[in-house]
Design a protein around this ligand. Structure first.
Ligand code: LLX
Ligand code: CA
Ligand code: ZN
Length: 418
């Protein structure tokens, strides 16, 4: 019998108050809906629930450029309109509006992801959840695809202080471009993204994009077509991830659980049911490696809330009543009022031949990288880490403004050198 895991869940009730604008598909309110379901199922009683500390501008500049973070911390809707030339440098038009409180909103998601990584580093938790995180498109010097601050890169940088290897897995329907780019030249982070590819945002994530120099082979891209269903997804996901885990042996897994890969999403084009999506989470949990689950995209908000509440229960090993309990947003779930997101009858454009070709290509890629040593074979200095997290943060203050310290190297303003 598997031992039950210690779970930490980050939630800030303020997060649901931010508003991208009336017509924008990103609705931060979905996080409040998800939490309301979590609480109505009494899942909050089975885990440690923490309100995250807000990330500071300084913490954000561990990845992002100083000028971009400074801009984000000052911008308001009025300033953005008055200085539109400057704004276009950092924010991409309608996708990334300068809405009221955009910096505070970003500091909530980033704060939860940095704090969650620390909790894993200190061995305080086996599984951490931050459904407000997962902003995988944000770049070093600009916002992209509704994402301003890349909480995922910040969490991975934190995990790298204590872990020689960290795996990043992304089941959002979009390519995890910002995270892949940040770690494209290192063999210490393996990034794996399953996504729709072909005439779809952001356009990156080709099968042949596998990383560069030391990082060659450590970026895995799984480009998919419209309408992939639970069975074909599982038949590709499980063997690919088994192979990645066996080859790379990470000390921690960061999993972006974007729900725009669900059937019926307002933006996505896949045909995964809630159970099919959650089966990916359950599969990664079964490796018994510290797991950090983050949110991501998701635009049919009743289904986002259902799925993240259900995935919370999967991580807790708890069975839930398929009839939804009464909750603050009960009316959103009619007419069925059930904990289910069914697949539809849409066509699956992913033929068996296509998926076999993708699998063969990835298999060949992974056989080309060396087997990582298992954790017990690694040499770890007895007094490692020599400094506390706070001391390490303080150390950064003494460095030149253009260089940021990490435990294993210097992050300069162009590339992360790990
Ligand atoms: N993919 C994704 C993941 C997380 C967030 C946003 C996105 N972006 C999109 O889904 C998208 C859709 C259409 C066009 C461009 C991008 C995200 C999550 C939480 C808060 C903010 C952004
Ligand atoms: Ca993805
Ligand atoms: Zn997405």
């Amino acid at each position: 019998m598997a031992l039950s895991k210690r779970i930490t869940y980050y939630y800030d009730e303020e997060v649901g108050n931010y508003n991208y604008g009336y017509n924008h598909p990103m609705k931060p309110f979905r996080m409040r809906m998800a939490h309301s379901l979590v609480a109505a199922y009494e899942l909050d009683k089975k885990m440690t629930v923490i309100r995250p500390p807000r990330a500071s501008a300084r913490q954000m500049t561990r990845f992002h450029s100083d000028d971009y973070v400074d801009f984000l911390s000052r911008v308001t809707p009025e300033i953005a309109e008055q200085h539109s030339d400057h704004t276009h440098l950092y924010l991409s038009g309608d996708d990334c509006p300068a809405f009221d409180g955009v910096f505070e909103f970003s500091s909530i998601s980033a704060g939860g992801s940095i704090a969650g990584a620390k909790r894993i580093n200190h061995g305080d938790s086996d599984v951490v959840i931050n459904w407000a995180g997962g902003l995988h498109h944000a770049k070093k010097g600009s916002a992209s695809g509704f994402c301003y601050i890349n909480d995922i890169v910040l969490a991975i940088l934190e995990l790298l202080k204590y872990n020689q290897r960290v795996m990043y897995l992304d089941i959002d329907v979009h390519h995890g471009d910002g995270v892949e780019e940040a770690f494209y030249t290192t063999d210490r982070v393996m990034s794996v993204s399953f996504h729709k590819h072909g005439d779809f945002f952001p356009g990156t994530g080709n099968l042949n994009d596998i990383g560069l120099s030391k990082g060659k082979g450590y970026a895995v891209n799984v480009p998919l077509r419209d309408g992939i269903d639970d069975e074909s997804y599982k038949n590709l996901f499980q063997p690919v991830m088994r192979m990645v885990m066996e080859r790379f042996r990470p000390g921690a897994i960061v999993m972006q659980c974007g729900t725009d890969s669900l059937s019926g999403d307002r933006i996505g084009c896949f045909n995964l049911s809630m159970k099919g999506h959650a089966a990916c989470v359950e599969f990664m949990k079964s490796f018994n490696v510290p797991l950090f689950c983050l949110g991501g995209g998701g635009y049919t908000i009743r289904n986002v809330a259902r799925t993240w509440a259900y995935e919370t229960s999967v991580l807790l090993d708890m069975e839930l009543d398929p009839v939804l309990p009464y909750n603050d947003y009960y009316d959103f779930y009619g007419p069925e009022f059930r904990l289910d997101v069914p697949a539809s009858n849409m066509d699956n454009a992913n033929t068996k031949e296509y998926l076999d070709k993708v699998f063969a290509h990835i298999g060949e890629q992974l056989r080309g990288i060396p087997h990582a040593p298992s954790v017990h074979m690694q040499e770890v200095p007895e007094d490692w880490p020599a400094m506390s997290d706070d001391e390490m943060d303080d150390e950064e203050m003494d460095l030149e403004p253009e260089t940021k310290m990490t435990d294993f190297g210097i992050v300069c303003n162009l590339t992360l050198h790990l």
